[in-house]
Ligand binder design. Structure first.
Ligand code: OXD
Ligand code: MN
Length: 597
């Protein structure tokens, strides 16, 4: 397809402007055809962006290594560029739009000389759905083109939907020198535009994902009266045949992918439970005319964390990545298959690691620190349609009705296995004060505790305090509102061992949650919310003693009161004085209830 064939004049003009800045040697429009995809893959193989994997063992799969300084999202280089600093809020980095454009122009300038500029029209959400948003990404990275073709609905059908003057997000991306000193991830929500330069890493470079579907979309969602969330979306079919849909927010690398496609434990399979996966990372939610909250997954693929994924922890993910998958920064074995820590099978005797260096088990660096074969944030990119548990509803334009919203984090102590909010407002407070121990998906502070409201701290495209009030106002429009829950799969004992088996067994907790949603079970009222009684979770077939269950459900008053101080500090010092009063009221109510107990 030629540039002149694009009907949308504004789009044509923008492409020319960007080309004038970057001076590529050619411009190619991505039409989404298999033939063009094959051509792009061949080019990527020739220029070293991709390595062909063993096609007998990994049909249609390729391997990619990132630059060594470019293996995770760089939140410190990510900016919200609004006219007014207030609009970006106290938790986002802010830069004025003028300064942002000036600085990025300096880096983009002439950066595509001798390179081809690709133009990728894509839709987040099924093409034509009232939920969906169109973006057009420009990039000079073949890896990005190939990933975008998996992660989004990309190609000329999107240009047809865009027509002569449809709205779209301008997504400008370039690798430039890949130097972190010359890297900027810039969002201009007021102009519906993203500029990302200097990184080829997924969350920084696949602009449909975090940049559009969360940061820009959350801003638009507030203007237009909906919600763009960092949530998985799944359906649970109970023995009666009823499917209950739930959306769940967890910070990065806390197991959203595993939960979204869990395999029911044996007893639950026999009872008749089935899981339907809709999304593993992002959910867009709208209040429908029926008063209920409905959701879609705007993505078409999974960009999942590889380490720890195996046929025990996530058989559905392993089946999904059996073909047509891009592996990034895993270990490459001599037979051109891939391996990562926590993968199936034996640890290989040797391989080439994500930095392109020879690796063998036990290899240590100059400081005597063990070197891993795969980067802890190594990833796979695979079409969601290949997931054995995928729901037929992923293509339905109206999405699915949501019965429960779940928040959670990785906490060794304090928060119990599960509890339920008393009402929407209390649930928003629970979401607002969710915290987690930092993982390898962020470059900074691994292991530290950080508050991460609704798991949106790095992804909210506007003032987080206003975001909380948007949540509160959305609740007022809902009838019935979904019930809100909090879960913690990661509680540990005094010796640092996990108390709960997690993975498929999490369905035992989800069963309680959906029974609550469908008014099938009573709960115990506690200071922090409604909780299951000692015999309310079906633990058949699970080797767990009553004392462990007691620990998992324990509310330790002293620890909670300490936690309340941390929450207060976070709300007051980090979120500033515009936090909605309802959030402080809920905080005080909880404190009073804890003190009375
Ligand atoms: C992701 C993340 O890649 O949250 O999904 O970092
Ligand atoms: Mn994520």
């Amino acid at each position: 397809m030629k540039l002149d064939e694009i009907k949308h004049e504004g789009l044509r003009r923008w492409i020319w402007q960007m080309a004038a800045m970057c001076e590529p040697k050619d411009i190619v429009i991505v039409d989404g055809s298999d033939a063009q995809r094959e051509e792009i893959i061949q080019l990527a193989l020739r220029n070293g962006d991709l390595i062909k994997l063993n096609q007998d063992k990994h049909p249609g799969c390729y391997y990619h290594r990132s630059n060594s300084g470019d293996v995770a999202r760089t939140e410190q280089l990510t900016f919200i560029c609004t006219q007014d600093k207030y609009q970006a809020g106290p938790t986002n980095n802010w830069m004025s739009p003028q300064e942002a454009r000036d600085r990025a122009t300096g880096i983009f300038s002439r950066s595509m000389r001798n390179r081809v500029m690709y133009v990728i029209p894509f839709s987040m959400g099924p093409i034509g759905s009232q939920f969906s948003k169109i973006g057009v990404q420009i990039t000079d990275s073949l890896y990005v083109v190939i990933n975008m073709m998996i992660m989004t609905r990309a190609g000329s059908a999107v240009l047809d939907a865009l027509g002569y003057k449809g709205e779209f997000t301008r997504c400008m991306h370039g690798l430039a020198s890949l130097d972190p000193e010359r890297r900027l991830i810039l969002h201009f929500p007021q102009d519906n535009e993203i500029w990302s330069v200097g990184s080829g890493y997924g969350g920084n470079a696949l602009l449909g994902k975090k940049c559009l579907a969360l940061r820009i979309a959350s801003y638009q969602a507030r203007q237009e009266g909906w919600l763009a969330e960092h949530m998985l979306l799944m359906g649970i079919e109970s023995p009666s045949g009823q499917i209950t849909y739930i959306a769940a927010a967890f910070p990065s690398a806390c197991g959203k992918t595993n939960l979204a496609m869990l395999i029911p434990p044996e007893g639950f399979k026999a009872k008749g439970y089935r899981i339907f996966t809709i999304g593993d990372d992002i959910t867009w939610l709208r209040v429908n005319t029926d008063g209920q909250l409905w959701g879609i997954n705007p993505e078409a693929g999974m960009f999942g964390v590889a380490p720890g994924t195996n046929t025990q922890s996530n058989p559905n993910a392993m089946a999904t990545i059996g073909k047509n998958t891009i592996f990034t920064n895993t270990l490459l074995k001599p037979d051109y298959t891939v391996w990562w820590e926590g993968c199936d099978g034996e640890t290989p005797a040797s391989g080439v690691n994500w930095q392109g260096l020879p690796w063998y088990p036990g290899l240590r660096d100059a400081d005597n620190k063990l070197i891993l074969g795969a980067h802890p944030n190594s990833r796979f990119t695979a079409p969601l349609s290949q997931c054995p548990s995928v729901s037929r509803r992923i293509e339905q334009p109206q999405g699915v009705p949501i019965s429960a919203i779940i928040f959670g984090g990785r906490r060794a102590t304090v928060t119990p296995l599960v509890y339920e909010a008393f009402n929407w407002e209390h649930g928003v407070y629970i979401g607002a004060t969710t915290s987690s121990e930092v993982t390898a998906a962020q470059t900074q502070g691994i292991g530290d505790l950080r508050f991460d409201p609704m798991a949106m701290l790095p992804f909210c495209g506007y003032n987080l305090a206003d975001y909380l009030s948007h949540w509160l106002r959305t609740g007022e429009r809902l009838n019935p509102a979904p019930k809100i829950f909090h879960v913690n799969w990661f509680r540990k004992d005094e010796n640092g061992n996990f108390l709960w088996p997690g993975y498929g067994d999490n369905l035992r907790v989800l069963e309680w949650i959906i029974s609550r949603c469908n008014n099938k079970i009573e709960a115990q009222k506690t200071a922090i919310g409604f909780m299951p009684g000692p015999n309310d979770l079906d633990l058949t077939g699970l080797n767990i003693d009553p004392e462990t269950m007691e620990k998992l459900l324990k509310i330790d008053k002293d620890l909670w009161l300490e936690e309340m101080d941390k929450r207060e500090k976070f709300l007051k010092e980090k979120l500033g004085n515009t936090v909605p009063v309802e959030i402080f009221q809920q905080h005080l109510l909880l404190k009073n209830r804890l003190n009375k107990n």
